[in-house]
Each structure stands twice: as C-alpha cells, then as structure tokens.
Write a protein that binds this ligand. Structure first.
Ligand code: DC
Length: 230
C-alpha cells in the first residue's frame, strides 16, 4: 500500500513550500491539489465567464482536461495539453479559484484524479479537504495553520520579492487572506476544516526549517516511513 500523507490548512500557512521540501527529502511525490483547482479557474477566466455563476462554470468542465505531470520531482499542471503552471499563480486566479472550488461539481470533477494519484504513489498531498474527503484513510493527516497576520506577512514578502513596487500593500494582502479564509471555511461542500484524526501544526512562531522538521518528525513517528532518509 502506498504512503498517503494529507496536509490541509488555510492559504499561506506554508503547506506547499513545506510539503515540497519534505517531498524532496523523503522521496515521496508532492501533489499540489490547489494547482488543479486553479487550472479550472484559469479556464473560466479565459472564457470570460463569471466564476460565481455555477450555471456557466459547470458546462465548461466538459471542455477541460486537467493533467498534473511530475517532472524531475516537480508537479507541473497542463490545461488541455498546455503547461499553465506559471499562469495560475496570480491573485486574480487565486480569488477565482476560491470561488469556483465551492461548486460541488467542480470538486467532484477533480476527486477521482486526486485519489488515483494517491493510490498509485507515495504522496504528500496538500489542499483543503484531503484529510476529510479525498483521502479519509491517509496514514497521517496534518492540519497546518498559522495566524492570519503571520500568513499575510509571508505572502506579502513573497509578492514584494516577485513584483517589487507594484506588489499590493500588506493591508490589502491581509484583507485578501481573510476574505479567502472566510470563503474556504464557509462553503457548504468540503469546507476547510480539520479532520477529527488530524494533528494540528501551528507554524506562526516557526521558521521554514523548523516547520519542515516538525512535519518530517510527525511523518516518521506516526507512519514509521523514513523515505529517502534511511
Ligand atoms: O492552495 P491554493 O492556495 O493553491 O488553493 C487555491 C484555492 O483552491 C483555495 O482558495 C481553496 C481551493 N482549494 C480547495 O478548495 N481544495 C483543495 N484541495 C485545494 C484548493
């Protein structure tokens, strides 16, 4: 049986960067499920459709193939054969993703794909409902979180590094973090919530290396898996 580790938590808690590093250190595949939802949102935006209007979004699903490919240990995501890995990382796509991911048909559309990858590979999979819905039998579920201000600070720093003077202000980033939290936690289908059997890991006071160590320690102690680390 493959090793499945579920990592859920709010945007900006460090899930993806931590999971990516754990994946490299322990030689398990990192599956970024947010990227799959983002790919759908990108298609919706490209079509000029309103992400909030499920009657226009749902029919578009039949026009889409979303395919993650794992190249050199990195996940890239393809939309109808086009590599859109870079294009899905804008704030506009982030907000639209939070909106379309609340549509049950969108979630159902990606469910089998996520389960198939996890059944065929040792994975650390991050998202919002991995421990609660996608992989209820995962050997380890981690709910990774941090305060909203700590998350907004990290996100703001990233944006300033990437965009310099045109990056949004800290207050704007904090507002978007809170808006996305409310949307992700408040939706009816698969809201962001900690699974009953998940381990809570709060990284507000931890730096990146400490957070990685914490997750690796949990994996070793709770699953006995030591991956590439002997
Ligand atoms: O992890 P991320 O920031 O790339 O996720 C983008 C949005 O997608 C987020 O607002 C919530 C949604 N999402 C989801 O609903 N379920 C997942 N498994 C992953 C992401």
């Amino acid at each position: 049986m493959s090793i499945n580790i579920a990592v859920d938590g709010p945007a900006g808690a460090g899930k993806s960067s931590i999971a990516k590093r754990v994946s490299a250190d322990m030689q398990i595949i990192y599956v970024d499920t947010g990227a799959l939802y983002r790919t759908i949102a990108l298609y919706v935006l490209r079509k000029g459709a309103d992400p909030k209007n499920k009657d226009t979004v749902i029919p578009l699903l039949s026009e889409i193939t979303v395919e993650p490919r794992f190249i050199g240990g990195e996940q890239r995501v393809f939309l109808n054969g086009e590599d859109v890995s870079g294009l899905i990382r804008t704030e506009e796509v982030s907000m639209a993703t939070s909106t379309v991911s609340a549509i049950p048909e969108v979630r159902a559309f990606l469910l089998d794909l996520q389960r198939k990858i996890a059944s065929e590979n040792d994975v650390i999979m991050d998202g919002r409902d991995i421990g609660t819905v996608v992989l209820p039998d995962a050997q380890l579920k981690i709910f990774l979180t941090a305060s909203d201000t700590a998350r907004a600070e990290r996100r703001h720093k990233e944006l300033v590094e990437r965009e310099g003077a045109s990056a949004p202000s800290f207050d704007e980033v904090l507002r978007l973090v809170r808006e996305r939290d409310a949307q992700d936690s408040g939706r009816k289908t698969s809201p962001l919530k900690m699974a009953d059997d998940a381990v809570l890991a709060d990284t507000s006071e931890l730096d990146f290396e400490q957070s990685v160590e914490l997750v690796k320690k949990l994996i070793r102690s709770r699953t006995g898996f030591s991956g590439g680390e002997g």
